[in-house]
Ligand binder design. Structure first.
Ligand SMILES: NC(=O)c1ccc[n+]([C@@H]2O[C@H](COP(=O)([O-])OP(=O)(O)OC[C@H]3O[C@@H](n4cnc5c(N)ncnc54)[C@H](O)[C@@H]3O)[C@@H](O)[C@H]2O)c1
Ligand SMILES: [Zn+2]
Ligand SMILES: [Zn+2]
Length: 343
């Protein structure tokens, strides 16, 4: 089968590999029907993910059809349509039992990083009962594509932000993850949602698809938030930009006693200037996504309460995946997300 492979830092190549097989009774093998490219894939390409192993097939955002299951798999059977979870987790360890599956002692981000992933024709998924989410008949592959990664992240970020209906929620960054976060923040019906985005075409995208949301630029963010909240600032801030200035923007725009959720992953250290923050009494929540609510997210999609299909702006066959990478990496043609289908 064809598999996009991390052959050395700076290079992915679409090469022939054997079709994966069941190695463990808890495994499933999935035939990939749609996959996508994530900014984390670009980090691997640039050699910036030390745990990524040379030789692995990349890709961790995908949906497909179950081809085979091991003897201990009970949730899915061959022929079932499924979304694949970015995180591999056992379900039994200290962290998994508490829902902190990102810290599973025998899992974490494995697929497309430490074990072969899904920008290929087939993929083996360990702990398949946890790592696969069945797709209902009324949900298309495109609707389900982001469930296991960026939608899981948006859902997690919105959940831990403890949003109420009185809140003014500020989302910083309207990339794919920010937009998924926006979809999930809307579920809590806050009084107001403000999206701050640096890029003009992305601001236009948010205005077009979310007319009820206030869309602003970073330079006006603090001022606008104060004017909307009797000079207090945002009740909840979710930082999903990961830019040079967005961390500072996040705590500055938060009102005293706000919750600031940091979904972004930074390339450099960020400073908490505590003398300047004295009296703000902020609660910071940080981390990697605990992607354990995928069944709930799938249900919300099925009920029409979450829709991310408009994020797919470009489509390519697997044989042309390198073109999709170039487009995505250069943010050409106002791309938000690409979908990769079999040839
Ligand atoms: N916590 C997790 O487990 C998890 C999961 C997925 C993604 N992420 C992180 O979320 C972040 C966003 O991911 P993405 O795929 O959407 O990336 P992206 O780079 O496409 O999106 C970031 C957006 O933020 C905007 N931006 C940059 N600086 C800004 C600023 N100062 N003010 C306002 N907007 C600004 C950019 O223009 C861009 O549109 C990344 O840091 C990514 O690593 C974290
Ligand atoms: Zn990802
Ligand atoms: Zn575990």
């Amino acid at each position: 089968m064809k598999a996009l492979t991390y052959t050395k830092p700076g290079r992915f190549a679409l090469i022939e590999k054997p079709k994966p097989e069941i190695l463990n009774p808890k495994d499933a093998v999935v035939r990939v029907t749609l996959s996508s490219i994530c900014s984390s894939d670009l980090h691997i390409l640039h050699g910036a993910v030390p745990q990524a192993e040379v030789g692995i097939t990349v890709g961790h955002e995908l949906v497909g059809v179950v081809e085979a299951v091991g003897s201990d798999v009970s949730k899915v059977k061959p022929g079932d349509r499924v979304a694949v979870n970015v995180e591999t987790f056992c379900g039994d360890c200290f962290y998994c039992k508490r829902g902190y599956v990102n810290n599973c002692t025998s899992g974490g981000w494995m697929l497309g990083c430490r074990i072969n992933g899904g920008q290929a024709e087939y993929v083996r998924v360990p702990y398949a009962d946890n790592g696969l989410t069945p797709i209902p008949d009324n949900v298309s592959d495109e609707q389900a594509l982001f469930v296991g990664d960026i939608l899981a992240t948006g859902y997690w970020a919105a959940t831990i932000s403890e949003i109420s209906e009185e809140d003014t929620v500020l989302i910083i960054g309207a990339g794919p993850t920010g937009l998924c976060t926006l979809e999930c923040v809307q579920l809590y019906n806050p009084q107001r949602i403000v999206v701050c985005e640096a890029d003009e075409s992305r601001r236009r995208f948010v205005r077009q698809h979310y007319p009820d949301v206030k869309v602003i630029e970073p330079t006006e963010c603090l001022e606008v938030l104060k004017s909307l909240t009797e000079d207090r600032g945002a009740d909840r801030v979710i930082e999903v930009a990961g830019g040079e200035e967005s961390f500072e923007l996040a705590w500055r725009c938060a009102r005293p006693n706000a919750i600031v959720t940091i979904g972004a992953l930074y390339e450099t250290e960020q400073i908490l200037p505590l003398p300047w923050m004295y009296g703000k009494n902020l609660t910071f929540k940080t981390g990697g996504v605990d992607a354990c609510d995928c069944d709930k997210i799938m249900q919300l999609i099925s009920e029409g309460k979450i829709d991310t299909t408009h994020l797919i702006t470009h489509r390519f066959p697997l044989s042309r995946i390198q073109e999709a990478y170039d487009l995505f990496a250069n943010r050409s043609d106002n791309v938000i997300k690409t979908a990769i289908h079999p040839d």
